[in-house]
Design a binder for this molecule. Structure first.
Ligand SMILES: [Zn+2]
Ligand SMILES: [Zn+2]
Length: 94
């Protein structure tokens, strides 16, 4: 018997996640001409999965979840940490 709990791992530490935080909406410039704002698209990022510990840190604002928008990454991480491509995770503004 299986249940419908969303399987996933904490975006910060990789532990099995217990909590899902609303996915932020973000406008990201992904057009060919960055100076033309009409090329910006609003994308909905995937759910932010957090383990219990990181969820509480997130809610108490000790942890700021950021996003790396490099094509090879597009993952969440702690702001201030480096993502897999070597760039730091950027703060997500709502
Ligand atoms: Zn965690
Ligand atoms: Zn990256």
């Amino acid at each position: 018997m299986s249940d419908s709990v969303v399987a996933g791992n904490c975006v910060i530490c990789g532990h099995v996640s217990a909590m899902t935080v609303d996915p932020p909406r973000r406008t990201l410039a992904r057009g060919t001409d960055p100076s033309d704002s009409s090329y910006s698209v609003t994308i909905v990022l995937p759910d932010v999965l957090l383990c219990d510990d990181h969820y509480h840190q997130f809610m108490s604002k000790e942890l700021v979840v950021g996003w790396c928008d490099e094509e090879s990454c597009r993952t969440y991480g702690a702001v201030g940490a480096l993502s897999a491509c070597g760039k730091p995770f950027a703060v997500l503004k709502r």
